[in-house]
Write a protein of this length. Structure first.
Length: 201
């Protein structure tokens, strides 16, 4: 929701035109668009994959920490996964609210059935460690997590770091070590633009 520039209806029509069988939606910290997404996808004959880009609290983060979280993308692969995802997102608002709705690793571990975990963008725990050339911390992050059917995702295409040979090499090392797949994710983004009064942006 905070990054996407595409309209749901237009997006699923384009996905259908391209012959793709399914598409996922992973809004930041919420699932507010699920109903519209489901309806539009079904109208276009596309399978909707429900997900969320969660904010996961760093364990033991001090109150003074500006951004006490990392990002984790979860996808529901069945009804149980969808119910667990709804539970996690709801809990983030009722119990984990800070600057953003936060979940904890423990909550994810308790409600991981039916969920696929992606490492997320460069703000994810694993990619962030890799960017800092800290493979030990990346391995520790993998080993401390236990979502069912976890997969590995590279960062967004506009981030030059994600396309660097060093980053790709490290992602390959981590994914092959743990038997993960490597998923390249594409997203439509916007950037705020300052404009003069009465000008068209």
């Amino acid at each position: 929701m905070l990054d996407g520039a595409a309209r749901v209806g237009d997006l699923v029509k384009e996905v259908a035109a391209q012959g793709m069988p399914a598409i996922a939606m992973t809004d930041h910290g919420n699932m507010c668009g699920v109903i519209e997404f489901m309806n539009e996808a079904k109208k276009a004959g596309i399978k909707p994959i429900y997900g969320c880009d969660l904010y996961v609290k760093f364990e033991g983060a001090p109150e003074s920490m500006k951004f006490p979280y990392f990002r984790l993308v979860l996808l529901a692969m069945n009804k149980e996964g969808f119910q667990n995802l709804v539970k996690l997102v709801s809990r983030s608002y009722t119990e984990g609210r800070a600057q953003r709705p936060l979940v904890t690793k423990k909550w994810v571990e308790e409600s991981n059935a039916g969920l696929i975990a992606l490492s997320g963008c460069l703000a994810g725990e694993i990619p962030e460690a890799i960017v800092k050339d800290d493979l030990e911390r990346a391995r520790a992050a993998v080993e401390s997590s236990s979502p069912h059917g976890a997969t590995q995702s590279v960062g967004p295409p506009q981030a030059s770091t994600a396309t660097s040979p060093g980053f790709r090499s490290s992602i390959s090392v981590i994914s092959s070590s743990y038997g993960f797949t490597v998923d390249a994710c594409v997203r439509g983004t916007y950037r705020p633009v300052r404009t003069r009064p009465n000008s068209v942006s």
